[in-house]
Design a protein around this ligand. Structure first.
Ligand code: FAD
Ligand code: SF4
Length: 643
């Protein structure tokens, strides 16, 4: 195609979703993805999972490489943390393959809560906003509300075939101490629906042994547990029809007339393709699913698979975009390196009327900054790259059960994560001295989730590779491993202007392009949260002490609680950098994710998040891409046009 309507950069939850919607609506689309299509080999080599052989060596260890980054790519890190070696590092990548992070994600599928879209309003009402400002944070409301997002959350959950128990998730929110305490606040009454009724499209994922143990621990500690909503066709389900699920989402849209795209019937929106149920093989963590017909959800098995059938859409893997072409105040297309043979890169161009950037928060900022050498595309007010957020990873607790429990915690069942709770989404400061500015106030923490271990052989292999463990040492490590369970906090990482992505002034990649430099430090809110969560994590294991499974919660061989998150453990969840907002002086894109500066360029990945929530981002990325795509389609057909 000579000039397409839309050139989309990146093929994951943001790019894959919007490319499909626009193409299905009739627009011509060119989708550029820097990585290869690694799922192709499943068909080519006929390597589909065989349920009769739980062949971990073949299916887990012999997997193709993860392709977190393409050959020769890297970022640099800049931090004042003394443990961090500043300079090039391997982090801050989701995945560089067709499907992006949606291929290797853990499938934890949360929609955000109404309060997440109004965090500045909330902290202003409680008198904490000034404290946060003085600490260096720039907490702001989203320009869109939960209610505007809700119908798109419903559709996103159908595309992701989320397996869950809505009543249990709602109960976990409503039963939390913070939620009860916030009922007197004005904004909570108007924020939106905290108790959605749209049923998850699949029944909840079965509770695994580890999930059961953790649920009991949560419940005994007064934290209401719920099965973790998971983006995969629940084991035991009949074949999953996305079309039927979309029909339910359309019916739930409400009494308002549906926006143009969604006025179609479900069979005009989706094919009759079916997906199979997950068979609990457990080989998908950080890798694509081996199951036939896509049990694990990704853009690759849903929207991109549909896109492949649309004639006026072209999907181009191995296309590394290095410039949004720009002339007289408008983008004219994209320039990319065809790296099908990385030793012989070829420069190519695709002209387009509109460009949609969805390369992940780090690479989207890098691409915009590279595209206009003077100061960066969309960066007239120096906002591109700022407010980078990554969630607080590495912070959680592990518990090792006694030897008699050997064999009870089958780590290889299912995927990662199984039980969750909203109990500590906000936590009250009950440790600071009375009268201090933080004491008695509720601070943002996040969701707690049980984290299943990776497969045993995979773990043994990595212990051999990374720690050199062999013989008795390896066996004893593996014995402990099979008795261990973990709880992870997905902690909110509040936005600060100084935490940012910019172009490294010294380092370039193998093609001579400047790499992304990530500046990151924790602030006082994170430090406070690490302190407040210590005893709350410990409380999750009190039940095991009471029932005689553990004898001493202070014995690090029984319970180990991290002291803080790890500043360099970033990439899986990357947010911020192209903030969405109404004020061009303080944001990069408007409420429809269009650059304030360049009206025919949009950004639709997690980089537009003004705040990052205390939960996983994928469902919101997709819901937002659906919302923006719907508006683009509607606007382009209206008298005003898209501009
Ligand atoms: C290991 C892991 C586990 C995760 N688990 C969960 C989870 O359980 N739940 C959840 O909600 N989220 C999870 N996430 C996060 C989730 O995957 C991301 O939030 C989601 O994928 C974001 O989608 P995105 O569209 O913003 O872009 P990304 O997934 O970051 O994809 C960006 C795409 O753009 C491509 N790209 C980048 N630069 C260029 C360029 N210059 N030219 C062309 N293409 C380019 C990349 O190759 C990639 O395919 C996880 C992520 C990882 C890595
Ligand atoms: S456990 Fe993961 S890889 Fe195995 S079938 Fe289920 S979703 Fe697919």
């Amino acid at each position: 195609m000579d000039t397409v309507d839309f050139a989309v950069v990146g093929s994951s939850g943001g790019g894959g979703t919007i490319a499909w919607l626009l193409a299905r609506a009739g627009h011509s689309v060119f989708l550029a993805e820097q990585g290869p299509d690694i799922a192709e080999h499943l068909d080519r080599q006929n390597l589909q999972y065989n349920a009769a052989t739980h062949d971990e060596n073949r299916f887990r260890l012999s997997k193709p490489t993860l392709h977190r980054r393409t050959r020769g790519d890297y970022n640099t890190i800049l931090s004042s943390d003394p443990t961090v070696k500043n300079g090039p590092f391997g982090g801050a990548w989701t995945a560089s393959v067709l499907g992006g992070g949606s291929i290797i994600w853990g499938t934890w599928s949360f929609r955000a809560l109404p309060i997440d879209f109004r965090l500045a309003t909330h902290f202003a009402e409680t008198g904490q906003l000034d404290t946060l400002k003085n600490w260096g944070y720039s907490v702001t409301d989203w320009p869109v509300s939960y209610d505007e997002m809700e119908p798109f959350y419903n559709v996103a959950e159908t595309l992701l075939a989320v397996s869950g128990d809505r009543a249990a998730v709602n109960a976990s929110v409503a039963g939390s101490d913070w939620y009860k305490a916030f009922q007197t606040l004005n904004h909570v009454k108007d924020d939106g629906n905290y108790q959605p009724t749209f049923p998850f499209p699949c029944d909840h994922y079965p509770i695994t042994p580890i999930g059961r143990f953790v649920a009991d621990g949560f419940a005994a500690a007064g934290k209401l547990p719920a099965p973790l909503p998971s983006g995969m066709v629940s084991p035991g389900s009949a074949s999953y029809s996305t079309r039927d699920a979309i029909e339910h989402a359309l019916a739930a849209w409400g009494s308002e007339p549906k926006p143009g795209f969604w006025a179609r019937s479900a069979d005009q929106i989706w094919s009759d393709r079916l997906r199979d149920a997950c068979n609990l093989c457990g080989f998908c963590g950080e890798y694509l699913c081996w199951g036939k017909r896509g049990p694990k959800s990704s853009s690759r098995v849903s929207t991109i698979r549909e896109l492949q059938d649309i004639r006026h859409a072209e999907i181009r893997p191995n296309a590394k975009v290095f410039e949004v072409m720009y002339e007289n105040g408008r983008a004219t297309g994209i320039r990319y390196l065809d790296i099908s043979n990385p030793d012989r890169p070829r420069v190519r161009e695709q002209k387009a009327k509109y460009v949609i950037v969805s390369a992940g928060a780090v690479q989207s900022a890098r691409l915009l900054l590279m595209s206009e050498p003077a100061k960066g595309l969309g960066n007239s007010t120096d906002q591109v790259g700022r407010y980078a957020q990554f969630h607080l990873f590495g912070f959680g607790a592990t518990c090792t059960l006694p030897e008699k429990m050997q064999g009870f915690l089958h780590s290889e069942l299912g995927h990662t994560g199984n039980t969750m709770t909203f109990a500590d989404y906000f936590v009250q400061d009950d440790v600071s001295p009375a009268g201090s500015e933080t004491a008695g106030k509720w601070w943002k923490a996040g969701t707690l989730v049980s984290t299943a271990k990776k497969n045993p052989l995979d773990n043994a292999d990595s212990k051999l590779q990374t720690k050199g463990l062999v013989g008795r040492d390896l066996i004893s490590d593996m014995e402990r491993y099979n008795r261990g369970l973990e709880i992870r906090l997905t902690g909110d990482d509040l936005p600060m202007a100084r935490n940012r992505v910019d172009l490294d002034p010294s380092f370039v990649d193998e093609y001579g392009l400047p790499v992304a430099r990530i500046t990151r430090d924790f602030g006082p809110n994170e430090t406070l949260m690490f302190t407040l969560m210590q005893k709350r994590l410990r409380a999750c294991f009190q039940h095991y002490l009471d029932t005689g499974l553990l004898t001493n919660l202070d014995d690090p061989n029984q319970v180990s609680i991290a002291k803080s998150a790890i500043v360099t453990l970033i990439g899986d969840h990357q947010m911020g950098t192209c903030r969405m907002g109404d004020n061009p002086a303080e944001s990069v894109v408007d409420r429809f994710c269009r650059l304030h500066d360049v009206r025919n360029v949009f950004v639709v990945d997690s980089s537009v998040f003004p705040t990052g929530f205390g939960l996983n981002p994928m469902v919101t990325v997709m819901a937002n891409a659906l919302r923006v795509g719907t508006w683009i389609d509607q606007q382009s057909r209206s008298g005003d046009g898209l501009g």
